[in-house]
Design a protein around this ligand. Sequence first.
Ligand SMILES: NC(=O)c1ccc[n+]([C@@H]2O[C@H](COP(=O)([O-])OP(=O)(O)OC[C@H]3O[C@@H](n4cnc5c(N)ncnc54)[C@H](OP(=O)(O)O)[C@@H]3O)[C@@H](O)[C@H]2O)c1
Length: 222
Amino acid sequence: MPSVMVIGASRGIGLELARQYGEAGWQVHATTRSLALPGKLGALAGDVNLYSLDVCSDDDIANLAVALNDTPIDVLIYNAGVIGSRGEGDETTRKETFRINAEAPILVATALLDNVAASDQKKIAVMSSTQGSGRLGGKGGYLYGDSKGLLNAKYRECEPQWRERGIASVALHPGYVRTDMTGMMASLSPKKSVKGIRQVLAALSLADSGRFVDYKGKIVAW
Ligand SMILES: NC(=O)c1ccc[n+]([C@@H]2O[C@H](COP(=O)([O-])OP(=O)(O)OC[C@H]3O[C@@H](n4cnc5c(N)ncnc54)[C@H](OP(=O)(O)O)[C@@H]3O)[C@@H](O)[C@H]2O)c1
């Protein structure tokens, strides 16, 4: 049975990823900051294994790798994200937003790289956004977009090394999805977005590793 690790699965797109992979019979590993009160994540059907992770904590990331030991992870999806601020944000917000959206995806992928490399499918997805397009330098005056632009730049730097280890990866735009992040205003449901994401990841191969695609598999501009 293939396995998936969803980083940031307490709600929104991450919760739906854990739900759909679980329903499809996959072994699901999923992280939450609220392990004692996992809410809907704790009630999912299937082989769902929960781990505590605040991606701002280096210790939490190291502990996650220890907890997994040498468990193979077929598909690693870094989904956690925050909207940050409409403008540039204050120093604390900037630091946290860059950490969660741009730095932690690479730190978590690096910590779990051996687990992915030991699996059959060997795939990684980092959740980016079209808001990051044209912002590879990470400096544009709009914190959320800048953080995703920086993620894209960091991802492009790491991807060739991952590919050398036989790991195929993508940066993903999930669409404009009805979650807390969008104030539940968007028309696209998490269900439909995640259905598309699963299809994109199922079709992903080393030949198309390193791309930035949306939930329909359409190429997104860097
Ligand atoms: N919704 C959209 O239209 C849209 C569009 C483009 C890209 N995206 C990206 O898609 C991803 C998921 O978005 P969403 O709409 O599902 O957002 P959401 O509903 O706000 O959920 C965000 C998730 O990230 C987790 N998270 C935040 N900070 C964390 C931290 N420090 N450590 C661990 N987990 C943390 C949250 O956990 P808690 O419950 O503990 O806060 C939650 O599970 C994000 O990366 C987002 O930027 C979303």
